[in-house]
Design a protein around this ligand. Structure first.
Ligand code: AMP
Ligand code: MG
Length: 335
């Protein structure tokens, strides 16, 4: 088993592991990450191996301050600096042209690199103490829901990494918003998160949501963000999204009910709901906080089919929708 590091003092042990080229499970404000020295090819390969992650799916590099980005990128557009002033540190990643300090293994062969400045005090301290840029994808086995607790990481990694730092439940619960800056004046959202389109519009009037966020890519279509082409966030249970009011949702579940069939509904829906269910909050932020935990809990109880009430696409809801629709294989039943 991995050693579970509990006290902040032990962040120092984790920092030494990072310097030694090992992989550590780390709490961040979004989800738990699998961290290693982003500048060390061998250390980064261990991340890909532990997750079973395809080699062309790039890793985000975490730094202690945005000023450090100069060391790892070749150019930072003015708009990227404005966005950093507003959203860093926080759940926000920018894709920038990389320089040679970031190996191609880390960037999945691309000439760009995702840069994030996490706000979680443990992650922040670990970056400072190790003195390294830390590559950290979500700490789940590839394709499985992201981990929002140290226990999720322990279970998924099952002795494949050196240690996990226990920082409690993740605050936001979904991964960072990933954006690229185009033509100096446009922000493209490649993955929605808790920094929302509405928030970015306060800094920049041109914000595009990439097509892959809400619909699947056609066969052979090139993904702006390689992670978007893989089936993701899926528990063993078959997830089915239903967009309808509560009355029609309840009727649909009733018509398709059976052994190991469950519903994932909003808080408040449960009052007269006669079937097996879990709730996942009443607004986007609550749903983001709970969605991955619930998907894992359905596996714990051996659910085979889960009918999900489709969240709103506004604000943080878009991030929840994006994770669920990928878990559902891009199918939504509209009633
Ligand atoms: P994860 O590491 O699990 O948080 O996933 C990282 C996401 O960021 C994936 O969807 C990647 O495809 C995306 N990403 C990371 N680096 C880049 C990059 N250089 N260009 C485009 N997308 C990126
Ligand atoms: Mg991930």
């Amino acid at each position: 088993m991995e050693t579970l590091l509990l006290s902040e003092k032990q962040i120092e042990i984790a920092a030494q592991l990072i310097r030694d080229g090992e992989v550590v499970g780390i709490p961040t404000e979004t989800v738990y990450g699998l961290g290693a020295d982003a500048s060390d090819e061998n250390a980064v390969r261990k991340i890909f191996e532990a997750k079973g992650r395809p080699a062309d799916n790039p890793l985000i590099v975490h730094l202690s301050d945005f000023s450090e980005a100069e060391k790892y990128t070749s150019y930072i557009p003015e708009l990227a600096r404005k966005l950093a002033d507003k959203f860093c540190p926080g759940p926000f990643t920018m894709i920038l042209p990389k320089n040679d300090n970031i190996p191609l293994v880390t960037s999945g062969g691309l000439d760009t690199v995702g840069i994030r400045i996490p706000s979680h005090p443990v992650m922040h301290r670990l970056i400072e103490l190790s003195g390294k840029p830390i590559a950290a994808p979500s700490a789940n086995v590839s394709g499985y829901p992201s981990p929002t607790s140290a226990q999720h990481v322990m279970r998924d990694m099952n002795s494949r990494i050196s240690a996990v730092i226990d920082g409690g439940q993740s605050q936001f619960g979904v991964e960072s918003t990933v954006v690229s800056v185009e033509n100096g004046d446009t922000v493209r959202i490649l993955r929605p998160g808790c920094v929302t389109k509405e928030m970015i519009l306060e800094i920049c009037e041109n914000v595009i949501i990439d097509k892959a966020v809400i619909s699947g890519l056609e066969k052979d279509e090139k993904a702006a963000s390689p992670g978007m082409k893989y089936k993701h966030y899926s528990p063993s249970a078959d997830i089915v999204m239903i967009k309808s009011d509560l009355e029609h949702f309840t009727e649909y579940v009733g018509n398709h009910y059976g052994d190991n069939v469950y519903a994932l509904i909003f808080d408040g829906d449960e009052k007269n709901f006669p079937y097996r269910y879990m709730t996942y909050g009443k607004n986007g932020s609550e749903q983001a906080h709970l969605v991955f935990q619930r998907l894992r809990e359905f596996d714990d109880i051996h659910a085979e089919k889960v009918y999900v009430r489709t969240p709103s696409l506004d604000g943080v809801g878009l991030a929840v929708y994006n994770r669920l629709i990928r878990a559902a294989g891009f199918e939504v039943i509209r009633i």
